[in-house]
Structure formats: structure tokens, C-alpha cells
Write a protein that binds this ligand. Structure first.
Ligand code: NOJ
Length: 750
């Protein structure tokens, strides 16, 4: 096998003869300064980045793209300058982070991965694209497809979790959702696969910290979602901030050129993360800004986001002979080609009159509710406390995220967005119109250190954040919450994290419930009432006490605009939850990184040498990857391989039966895991290689089929220094989570 395993050249081509000819024609009329301008993305917010006003830069052809603007009028005004006044009249590409919705907010990407249904993010991102495009935004910095195996890392919320196979499926689905059939499809937008690559493996889960990843992990774990995005036709990539094996990703020629262009054949363009080119100096890599520009250009980084380093030094670098103009042309070409494909030369402006109608389409909200329903994961349901009866008369809804629109919508919303979610409290009140539904939020929760983005938002909005509660106020809120619970027949606790507790610059050392939430939970449980816990959070939490003492736990994540309704749908049985964890829940933050696809050691569990990996508590997950319950039960049987032996390169067909053994209809996610017993390298004890979410009526059985061929059985080998497929025996397991026990064997022969 060669190095291009898994990447097929059937990714849609950016260039054809016609596009190439148009690009050359444009290049011929462009000055060197204008070419550097096309490689430059400027911030649209006046005064945010020092330097001339955006209008002035655009007028002289000094920008190919503008980010951090969300105003159709301003887009049209800037575009008019670009296409009428700038020397070569090349339209601007407007970019913004549209991560999980524009006006209609969908569950966070981590939550959408918990649906194990690629249709969910595909439909969500299609709606996000339609809304954002109507506002004049051409290009989103999404999907974020970094594998994250350490839940302390705040940006785990933006990706699909720990697994490359699930991550690849979610990456491709999001690209299809954003871009549609092809670049320039109506009502769709250009997508950006980020952050290339390895950003999720930050040392200690500390955002931005250096990353050290051997090639085996890059190629087997961190690259596959990017390759899947590429195959799905993603037009752009974003280079990551951090050092990758001591070379910043934004100036890493191996990554950006050797792998992305040469091996994978990527034809689109790469944008840096914000200010990353200038930061090559801050990071102790480049000698000065000129050197930073030179090294990023030489690495193959097409577009400089926000730092204006290319703008300042690009032309001089060519004139002094440090870099050839032909190399600059090569970097400009894909940017022009994408603008042509996006139809910007024919239609540079946005029709401002469409926006409000598109944003208020009821089907967008309906889709957000459906998505939220499908993302929820039932973690515990002792004595079948859930679903609750709709004839309950006296319900208390307690907790700091129970009536918070911000917490429901979660982090990373577009600039200027006003939260407009149906909260959990509202959703429950709507579901029980005749019941007495009381509420108390308990003590507020806050980050110990504020987010740098809070400060930024305060500056923009001019509205200072409210002062923190005093200890006395917090105590009074605590007591009020306990009293409210005392007077109810059933208590629904909504606990977790606020929106700014995950996302960028939002890493945590502990994964416990922040603030006094667990204390409040204990006090409420001590009242002896039935308690159901709804978690609203951006990452796994170490809810050990709750997992033993609270009978019902529903993981709702940050479920979006319709989250409160979806939570009520599940709590009261209108929807049977069928989501599964896309990431391991550890018992402590200090156990991270903890993920299921580890290698077997010389002292495996059950062996004479085995001792618990920590002497101060079990190192096992609190809830394993792939886990999630339902209001019904499922049984698996008849795991079979069509032939017990195949040859290297052949495909085995694996089937398994799943039966709904309970009394209500429900969804199960059938998961297939493999383990290679021996080969060129040691391989993980389990790896996901197939999944399918199916709906089953009571008593119904379905047969699910998977394929295991070279793509699933091969891997990049450290010993061989290339892709291999070994002749080896494989264990197969199928079931409803990563600890599935139904087993079969497959032998692969030379
Ligand atoms: C920094 C973030 O790392 C990246 O994900 C985002 O797209 C850019 N800023 C632009 O806002």
C-alpha cells in the first residue's frame, strides 16, 4: 500500500480547463500587490485590528476576504468597492464562524455526533448555510473536525469526539450540508475543514499548548476526518495554531504541502487561523514578521487570516527574490478558482430583502427540535423513572441552566446573535400546561477566570457583565432551590455548564459539576423525592455521585434553540432517546486522556500482573464510548461473517441481528468493533469500523450489514513506515456500545 490510503481522487475537482483559463486571465491583469491582497483576509470590525479601515484596504485590492462581519448592508457596501473601485475588480469572499446554526441554533457538533446519524448534522448545516447565505456570508469556518480525546480541552464541544471513524462520518456529513452538491450550489456556503492538524491533542488539554503526535496517530486517528472532508469536496482547510512536533501547523510544509497537496491532491486553499502567521514570531519560530510571512508562504499557506503579515511583507519578499512570483501565483489560483465556482463574479451581492423571511421559516425550528431529540443520551434510568407521566401536577425544575437561553444554545454563535432558545423550564411548562411547575436556579455558576471572549463581547456590546453573586446571595439561592424542591412531587434538576465554559480558551482541569451544583443535587436527593437529572454541557463531566445516586440522568448537551422542547419530549416520553456517547466519560479530569481505542498492555485486565492502573480508584470509564440507554431494550445475536477467511485486499461482509425486546418502539445504534490480534504493529484493543442507527418496533428484528475491507482493516504502520494490511486474525464485536460482547472471528490470509 502507499501513503495515500483512503483518499481517492474522486473528490470533486476544483479546476477544469474552463476554470483554469479564467483564473489565468485574471492573474494576467493583477499586479503583485493585488495578488498578495487575494492572499489576505482582513477583519471587518473597525478598530479591532490596528491599521487602515477595511474600506480603504479593499479599495486598493489589498484583501481577498473579510471576516468577523455580520451585516448584509456592510457586505454589499464593501463588495461594491471591491467590484467597482478596486483595480482588478475581484469580488470579496465574506467569512464568519457559523458552527452550529446562524439564527436557528442546532445542538453543538459534539451533541450532533451523539446522534450517530450523519443525517442530523447534514440537515442542520444545510439550514445554517441557507440562513447565513441569506445574510451575505459565503464561507464558514466549519466543520471543526479535530479528534479530541481529552475532555479538559474546551474545544471538544466543536468536534465529533474521540473516534476517527465516527469523526470522519460526521465531517463528511457537515461538508455535504454546508456545500451541497457542489461549490456554488444555491443557498449553500463554502466550508472549511479545521484545524489542520492535531489541535485536539494539546498537552494536558490546555488550549493552544503544543502537540506532539507521532505519524501513526496523525495518520490513523487525527487525519481521517480531514480526508473524509476532502473526499466530500470541502473547498478550504484552516491550519491550526499550535506547534505540531515543534513546527507550527501554519508553517508546516510537511502538513500543508507534502501531505495535503502532494499525497491527498487537495486543490482548494488553506487559510491560517486568526493571527497565526504573525504568531509564528510569538511562538518562537520565526525571527521576525518578514520571516514569518516567508515561511508560511513557502509552507503553502494560501491565506493569512487577520494578521496582515502577508500584506506587509509579501510584495517585498518577491521583489527581493526571497520567493518567486510564480509561487505566489500558485497560492492565488485556488482562491480565484473558488470565487469563480461560488458564482461571486456573476452575483457578488446579497439580496437583503430575503433575510427575514428565511430566518423565520418554521421548518428550521422544527429541524432543530428533531436534531436535539436525536442527540440526547439516556445515561441512567433506574426503576424506569423516565419517562415521567404527563399527568404530574407538581413539578420543580431546579438548576442554573434550567431557564438559561444562553446555556441551551451553547458556545460559538455568530457575531451579534441574540439567544432565543426555548429553555428547559419553558419546554416543561409547555408540555404540562395544567401542572404547577416551579423553578429555582440555585447558586449561579461562573468560570474562575473569565473568558477572553467575554471581555471582547463586553467591549463590542458596551454592556458590562453583571457582578458575581455574593456568598450570602448564593446561599440564599441554594436554600430557595431546596425549598422549591421540597414542595414538589417530582424534581427535574438541570445542571452542567454555561455556554462559555467550553469552546475556545475554555479548558478545565476538573470535570466535576462546576460551583455548588453537586452539593445542591445531594441536598435535593436527600429530600427523598424522585429526581431526574438533565445535563447541559459541552463536554463529558465526572458525575460519579450522580451516577450512583440519581435514578435518571439524561445527557442533553447544549441542545440549541429548540432544546427545552426536545428535553421535555424525551422526559415525558413523546420521544424515546437513542443517542450514544461520542466520547468516553471519565471518573475524573485527571484520568484524561481516556478513550476506548487504547492498545493492550503486557499486563491486560485479568492477567497475573494486572493491577488497577491507579491505586486510588478505578481507571475505567464512568460511561464508555458508544453508550446510551433507551426506554426499551435491545438484544443482539447472530453475528456472522460471510466467509471465515478472506485474502488481503478482499472484503468480508458482516451481519448482525438486533431485536427490540421491550414494549415500546425505539432506536438502537448498532456498532461494529474490530481488533487485530497480531501484525506489523500493535493495534488498539477495539476500533469502531461500522455503525448504523435503526428504529425498531417492539419485537421487531433487523439485520444490519457492514463491510470490512482494506479501508477498515489496513492502517499506517510505524514498523513498515507505510500503509499496510496484515495477514492476521481479527476479533469482531457487535452491540450497543464499545463494550459489546457478541463476538466473531475473521481471518485474513496472504
Ligand atoms: C480562532 C479559532 O481558533 C478558529 O476556530 C476560528 O475560525 C477563527 N478564530 C476565526 O474566528
Amino acid at each position: 500500500m502507499n501513503n495515500s490510503h483512503n483518499v481517492e481522487t474522486n473528490a470533486p475537482r476544483l479546476f477544469d480547463a474552463d476554470i483554469a483559463a479564467q483564473v489565468e486571465k485574471l492573474l494576467e491583469r493583477m499586479s503583485l500587490e493585488e495578488k498578495i491582497g487575494q492572499l489576505t483576509q482582513i477583519g471587518g470590525i473597525s478598530g479591532f485590528v490596528p491599521g487602515p479601515e477595511p474600506e480603504e484596504i479593499v479599495r486598493r485590492g489589498g484583501a481577498g476576504s473579510v471576516l468577523w462581519l455580520n451585516d448584509p448592508k456592510r457586505f454589499n457596501a464593501l463588495q461594491k468597492i471591491a467590484v467597482e473601485e478596486s483595480p482588478s475588480k475581484i469580488p470579496l469572499l465574506f467569512a464568519l464562524d457559523v458552527i452550529h446554526g446562524y439564527r436557528t441554533i442546532f445542538p453543538t457538533p459534539l451533541a450532533m455526533a451523539a446522534s450517530w446519524d450523519p443525517d442530523v448534522p447534514e440537515r442542520a448545516q444545510a439550514i445554517a448555510a441557507r440562513e447565513a447565505r441569506a445574510a451575505g456570508i459565503h464561507w464558514t469556518f466549519a466543520p471543526m473536525i479535530d479528534i479530541a480525546r481529552d475532555a479538559r480541552w474546551g474545544r471538544i464541544v466543536e468536534g465529533a469526539g474521540e473516534d476517527p471513524y465516527l469523526g470522519a462520518a460526521m465531517a463528511a456529513a457537515q461538508v455535504r450540508g454546508f456545500q451541497g452538491e457542489s461549490l456554488g450550489a444555491p443557498d449553500r456556503m463554502l466550508a472549511c475543514a479545521k484545524h489542520f492538524a492535531g489541535y485536539g491533542a494539546a498537552d494536558g488539554g490546555r488550549d493552544y499548548d503544543p502537540v506532539y503526535l507521532p505519524e501513526t496517530l496523525l495518520r490513523n486517528v487525527y487525519f481521517p476526518p480531514f480526508q473524509a472532508a476532502l473526499k466530500a469536496g470541502v473547498g478550504t482547510f484552516m491550519s491550526a495554531y499550535m506547534d505540531l512536533n515543534n513546527v507550527p501547523a501554519s508553517a508546516n510544509r510537511w502538513l500543508l504541502h507534502d501531505v495535503l497537496r502532494e499525497e491527498w491532491g487537495f486543490e482548494g486553499f488553506v487559510v491560517s487561523d486568526a493571527f497565526a502567521v504573525a504568531n509564528l514570531v510569538t511562538q518562537g519560530f520565526a525571527y521576525n514578521a518578514r520571516d514569518a510571512a516567508l515561511r508560511a508562504l513557502r509552507a503553502g499557506l494560501n491565506m493569512d487570516m487577520a494578521s496582515a503579515t502577508y500584506l506587509q511583507h509579501g510584495a517585498e519578499l518577491v521583489r527581493s527574490g526571497a520567493i518567486a512570483e510564480a509561487d505566489i501565483d500558485a497560492l492565488v489560483r485556488p482562491i480565484l478558482a473558488i470565487k469563480i465556482r461560488m458564482g461571486l463574479f456573476e452575483n457578488p451581492y446579497v439580496d437583503e430583502s430575503r433575510l427575514e423571511e428565511i430566518l423565520s421559516r418554521p421548518e428550521h425550528r422544527e429541524e432543530a427540535r428533531r436534531a436535539a431529540q436525536r442527540c440526547m443520551v439516556l445515561l441512567r434510568n433506574e426503576g424506569n423513572l423516565l419517562p415521567l407521566s404527563k399527568s404530574l401536577q407538581n413539578v420543580a425544575v431546579i438548576g442554573p441552566v434550567a431557564d438559561s437561553m444562553e446555556a441551551l444554545e451553547g458556545p460559538w454563535l455568530v457575531f451579534g446573535h441574540q439567544p432565543a432558545a426555548v429553555t428547559i423550564l419553558q419546554g416543561i411548562r409547555e408540555k404540562l400546561p395544567h401542572a404547577h411547575v416551579t423553578h429555582a436556579s440555585g447558586p449561579e455558576i461562573r468560570r474562575d477566570y473569565p473568558s477572553p471572549f467575554d471581555a471582547l463581547m463586553e467591549t463590542f456590546s458596551g454592556a458590562p457583565r453583571p457582578a458575581p453573586q455574593t456568598p450570602e446571595e448564593a446561599e440564599a439561592a441554594f436554600q430557595a432551590a431546596v425549598e422549591t424542591a421540597r414542595n414538589a412531587d417530582v424534581v427535574i434538576m438541570a445542571l452542567g455548564e454555561t455556554a462559555n465554559m467550553s469552546g475556545e480558551a475554555a479548558s478545565r482541569a476538573s470535570l466535576d459539576l462546576p460551583g455548588r451544583q453537586e452539593e445542591l443535587l445531594k441536598a435535593v436527593v436527600a429530600l427523598g423525592k424522585p429526581v431526574a437529572l438533565v445535563l447541559v454541557n459541552g463536554r463529558p463531566l465526572s458525575i460519579n455521585w450522580a451516577a450512583e445516586h440519581v435514578p435518571a440522568i439524561l445527557e442533553a448537551w447544549h441542545p440549541g434553540s429548540e432544546g427545552g422542547r426536545a428535553v421535555a419530549d424525551v422526559l415525558f416520553g413523546d420521544v424515546n432517546p437513542g443517542g450514544k456517547l461520542p466520547v468516553t466519560f471519565p471518573r475524573a479530569g485527571s484520568h484524561e486522556p481516556l478513550y476506548y481505542a487504547r492498545n493492550i498492555t503486557h499486563a491486560p485486565e485479568g492477567s497475573r500482573m494486572y493491577s488497577a492502573r491507579y491505586w486510588d480508584g478505578p481507571p475505567t470509564p464512568l460511561f464508555p464510548f458508544g453508550y446510551g440507554l433507551s426506554y426499551t431494550t435491545f438484544a443482539f445475536d447472530n453475528l456472522t461473517v460471510n466467509k471465515p477467511e478472506i485474502k488481503v485486499g478482499e472484503v468480508a461482509i458482516v451481519t448482525v441481528n438486533v431485536t427490540n425486546t421491550g414494549s415500546v418502539a425505539g432506536d438502537e445504534v448498532v456498532q461494529l468493533y474490530i481488533h487485530q490480534r497480531a501484525g506489523s504493529d500493535s493495534r488498539p484493543m477495539r476500533e469502531l469500523k461500522g455503525f448504523k442507527r435503526v428504529t425498531l418496533e417492539p419485537g421487531e428484528t433487523k439485520t444490519v450489514t457492514f463491510h470490512l475491507g482494506p479501508d477498515e482493516l489496513g492502517y499506517w504502520s510505524t514498523s513498515a513506515g507505510e500503509w499496510v494490511q496484515d495477514a492476521a486474525t481479527f476479533d469482531l464485536w457487535a452491540g450497543g456500545d464499545s463494550q459489546a460482547s457478541l463476538h466473531a472471528e475473521l481471518r485474513v490470509m496472504e
